[in-house]
Design a protein around this ligand. Sequence first.
Ligand code: FAD
Length: 540
Amino acid sequence: MSDEIWDFIVVGAGSAGCALAARLTESGRFRVLLVEAGEDDRWIWLRIPTGVAKIIVGERAIWRFYTEPEPGLGGRRLFWPRGRVLGGTATINGMFWVWGYPAVYDSWREAGLEGWGYSDVVPLLKRMERYRQGDPRLRGREGPLVITRHSPRDPLTDAFLRACAEAGIPETEDYNASGCEGAGLMQFSTRRGLRWGVREGYLRPAMRRGNLKVLTAAYATRILFEGVRARAVELRRGDTTIIARARREIVVCAGSVKSPQLLELSGIGDAGLLGRCGIPVVAHRPAVGENLRDHLQARMMFEVRGLETLNDILRSPWKKARMALRFALLRDGMMSTAGATAHAYARTDASSPQPDIKLQLHHLSSPDERNPNRLVLDDFPGFSIGIVQQQPASRGSVHIRSPDPFEAPALRPAYFSDPEDLRVTLRGIRLARHVARQPALARCIVREVRPGPQVESDEALEEYVRSTIFGSYHQVGTCRMGTDADSVVDPRLRVRGVEGLRIADASVLPTIPASNTNAAAILVGEKAAEFMLNDARSSS
Ligand SMILES: Cc1cc2nc3c(=O)[nH]c(=O)nc-3n(C[C@H](O)[C@H](O)[C@H](O)COP(=O)(O)OP(=O)(O)OC[C@H]3O[C@@H](n4cnc5c(N)ncnc54)[C@H](O)[C@@H]3O)c2cc1C
């Protein structure tokens, strides 16, 4: 290995890294090394969609990060799982397939990020997907990622969507084609009921090519430079240290937590911080690790009558067996979902250029939602509405604490440091309550369990939110792309201040473009491939 020189080295086989490595190897011209800290784990729960609940309370296939105590959340530390497996977070996520908001992509282009406007990215989004239920003029039909829509339309989902319409959020047949406006059945990256993420769609076919080598259980500890030119990656695999060399370029695709960490460990970051950690400075780039943005999710929970939810199904061996049998025979139903089936995009502020809130229907309720160690459900039939503010203005950071590559970085998301984020969230809760009071849903609801109808005032709702809200796991922005000199990467994803190094993953997204970030991360991988192949063509 040490003697081999690769054309390109891609660090991190996640959403973006798999798409990038697959595209780079398509022509057969380039030899590519893809390194991944996790394994090619074939655990069945990584394929069966309901397995998400099991994955995130376990140790297998994930990094288990915790934030620092968050001042805006009463000092609570939030749990952030991330994928540590081939396919990265796309192998452990909820599989919701969301392109994003035209207005956000357009805001990037208006800020000078040429090629990142909505009309620029739609052809790539279409190229990524194979959604046979969609209008072929608007949706992709031949891409590597198979997309399906939740089915069958169960009574709770139906009641939620009708209640949304009664509350003034009309149903849309295809929210991706409609620019994420309205309410609708969720679309998933699944094929015949099983997860179909970047590992299945992009990487497996590419692994048959002789010019792609995938090295699993290999942890990148540093990028090595000659002057300011990135030349090699130092890897730890078991007890062995490996130096992998690149002829053309190295691309870091380690995600929003680990990409800034790897940059700082390699000497790219704030010179003061690097100095305190005893790391020689290659490039003083204070923006590395800054600009962290993330979604939070508040939950309202309701007890229902006359409807079956996961609370009942998972408690009853017979109902569980029935759900499993249906899944085995038809590959649909609740087991083909991560527990959520429909969502609604809405504006709580009419002047917002895009919906500022998403309401998401979950077929379960819990007295200890997001317990990082076990799934706890209420002992009555219940459902929840997740309330997610879409464009948080609060910005935090991710930075190393020491030169030890195995020590988790300090995560300081600074949730609610911009007070507007809390205000929008409170308006979102009131909107969810309004939806729940519409006849279609009200007739099935016994009571609002959490926060409870008595929690009405701004102060009481604020207290509820700060003490119960949890992460939605959509971290972006820690290696921000921009045209300004302070940004970490330029619009072609090249790291400023050095040569031969790009970053391609969710960390480059300057703001959160979508209610869920997987499609946007894959898009970054696709864009990086275009840039690199074009550059390689013009240099040869
Ligand atoms: C529980 C959960 C549910 C989610 N649900 C959804 C959803 O339903 N829909 C949606 O759109 N989004 C969802 N997301 C978010 C979405 O999946 C992520 O935004 C997206 O996958 C990020 O892609 P990425 O390429 O930036 O990073 P990742 O996919 O995380 O890839 C990074 C990869 O790099 C590897 N790596 C890291 N450091 C190193 C190193 N030093 N050396 C070698 N390898 C390294 C990691 O192991 C990982 O495989 C969810 C996220 C979580 C955590």
